[in-house]
Design a protein around this ligand. Sequence first.
Ligand code: NAD
Length: 251
Amino acid sequence: MKRALITAGGSGIGLAMGHAFEAAGYDVWVTDIDRDALAACPRTWTCCAADVASEDDMRRLFQEIAAAGGIDVVCANAGVAGPTASVEHVALEDWKTCVDITLGGAFLTAKYATPLMKAAGAGAIIVTSSTAGVFGYPNRAPYAAAKWGVIGLMKTLAMELGPFGIRANAICPGAVEGPRMEGVLEREADSKGMSRDQVYEGYAAGTSMRCFVEARDIADMAVFLASDGARRVSGQVISVDGHTENPDPKP
Ligand code: NAD
């Protein structure tokens, strides 16, 4: 049975990825910093608490994976929103925390997956970027910079690891329905003096399809990118966002 590891698998997109990979027949491993979230995951999954920004944690996690027989797919999905503020008001500490988790976590995930995949002569690395990693995101400079960085990391992995049979691709989700986006909508509604629904409509209006996306839309793409159907797809940035036309809609 093929094995897939998903970082930040305790909620949202990562949780949906766990369900999608399990449905596709994988042995699912998830890691998350939130032990309560892991405790609520299906018992059929192997759940390991780890902070993706900690090299000790990630080294230990991949030692466990190596002992279990290696890894076929890793989804470097962890990322945090970081501060919402114009760049001149962003504290260096907040910048570092956001970049360490969002970009550094993807780096450590790839770093420790690589020797296992090289030994197997195959593997698929899927990083979760964002529409912020394609356009930018006003008042979210650390997040946008980290998400662009994740794409640079993925492009380099694809070039470096292609000769070893390892593919790397990035998914850029648009605004995903769920608790994380609800928080964003409420904060923006407060700061703009608008209702939550007006802000929601503004986001949807920025896409050709006038929509948000669901976590399972991202998960389905990850399963496809890991599959044999995508065996010649590497180094690609794939948006799953209802086609963003205007990344900074003004509702
Ligand atoms: P979420 O907030 O639902 O879940 C994030 C998970 O990450 C939580 O379970 C949390 O405990 C875990 N986590 C936080 N810090 C961690 C750390 N240091 N180490 C390990 N785990 C940690 O998030 P989500 O919306 O599912 O987002 C998943 C990914 O998708 C992120 O990279 C995010 O930037 C990206 N993304 C999300 C959206 C969206 O609208 N939700 C849009 C574009 C991109």
